[in-house]
Design a protein around this ligand. Structure first.
Ligand code: CO
Ligand code: CO
Length: 344
């Protein structure tokens, strides 16, 4: 039986194109010039917002990647949770989804694709999101993901913009899926460690978003291919502020530090770290910790910036929802625009 991850050149969202490459290209693309577009790619938000009426906007997003685990149903489930996550990160409710599939029709049985699609369908059912169709092509390297459409009241949408000095940063899942899935590809991992990471990746961010609704949210995103610090950078740049992160407060999946020390760091995470030129690292933050804070995540948690007085209430609400983590990891501060200070 072919191991699905052996057909993949990258690990989940770690196969995303680099931040700087994308910035260069997107800067040259003609904007839509449509007043109904409330949010587009220019603020690096998780999804686009398209206004339909005074009280309703569509949330639109697409995400797909190569096999991240060997179990086809798990891959489908993780890809679905990851695609749905961008709707939750905007404060939206998923409505329906379309499958995006590339499949090596000569070399990989279609029955395996069936398991991928079924894994995704079950997660979408849990999200009460209808799967209504899709598109597939023949490709040497398998790929799967979804385009998801949701809706939100335009005044209640969460974006990267809006974080203010005094806000507290709260993260809802532990970090390290890039390290774990790279360790899987290199046969460095045990079944239990993998199972914890898979369960975390297939967990919907629906509960985290519900918890966010109980407090004031100034900015929100989900942590995926650019890593924790890369997505935090999107928030601080879009909001015109700076941030401090306490590296010891960032929750990690089991064995992540040990596996990273054995070299299980995906190329995408290395590229993320190289691109983080605006970070000031305390001397006590070692190279492994730096890589992990930039580790490309697949289906990571939500990262909230909330007023300081709401932080405790948000953490409690997240705990009631049973999110994989509910951790205060830093704060928004005044300072050089876009700067991030990482403390030991
Ligand atoms: Co996102
Ligand atoms: Co995305």
């Amino acid at each position: 039986m072919t191991r699905l991850t052996s057909l993949s050149h990258g690990a989940g969202c770690a196969c995303k194109l680099g931040f700087n490459d994308l910035t260069d290209i997107l800067g040259h693309i003609t904007p839509a010039g449509d007043p109904a577009v409330l949010v587009d790619a220019s603020t690096r938000d998780d999804a686009a917002l398209y206004q339909l009426s005074e009280d309703r906007a569509l949330v639109a997003t697409i995400d797909f990647f190569t096999p991240i685990v060997d179990d086809p149903a798990d891959w489908g489930a993780i890809a679905a949770a990851n695609a749905l996550s961008d709707v939750y990160a905007m404060g939206g409710t998923p409505l329906f989804a379309l499958n995006v599939t590339a499949w090596p029709r000569e070399s990989l049985p279609f029955s395996i694709l069936g398991e991928v699609l079924q894994g995704a369908a079950l997660v979408c059912r849990e999200a009460r999101c209808a799967v209504v169709g899709g598109h597939s092509i023949d490709d040497r390297e398998p790929k799967f993901g979804m385009a998801v459409i949701g809706d939100v009241h335009p005044a209640q949408a969460w974006t990267n913009s809006g974080a203010r000095p005094g806000d507290v940063l709260v993260l809802t899942k532990p970090i390290g899926t890039g390290v774990i899935t790279t360790a899987l590809k290199r046969d460095l991992i045990d079944a239990d460690t993998l199972a914890v990471a898979v369960a975390c990746m297939r967990t919907l961010n629906a509960g985290a978003a519900r918890a966010g609704r109980t407090v004031t949210v100034h900015a929100a995103t989900d942590v995926t291919g650019f890593g924790l610090l890369g997505h935090l950078r999107n928030i601080v740049k879009s909001s015109g502020v700076a941030a401090e992160v306490d590296s010891s407060a960032v929750p990690l999946l089991p064995r992540v530090t040990e596996l990273a020390a054995q070299g299980a760091i995906p190329g995408g995470s290395r590229r993320n770290l190289e691109a983080m030129t605006e970070v000031r690292w305390d001397d006590g933050v070692n190279d492994l910790q730096r890589s992990i804070l930039c580790d490309a995540q697949t289906s990571g948690g939500l990262l909230f910036a909330v007023p300081g007085e709401d932080a405790t209430a948000l953490v409690s609400a997240l705990e009631r929802e049973g999110t994989p983590a509910a951790a205060v990891i830093g704060r928004i501060v005044k300072g050089e625009l876009g700067a991030i200070e990482v403390r030991a």
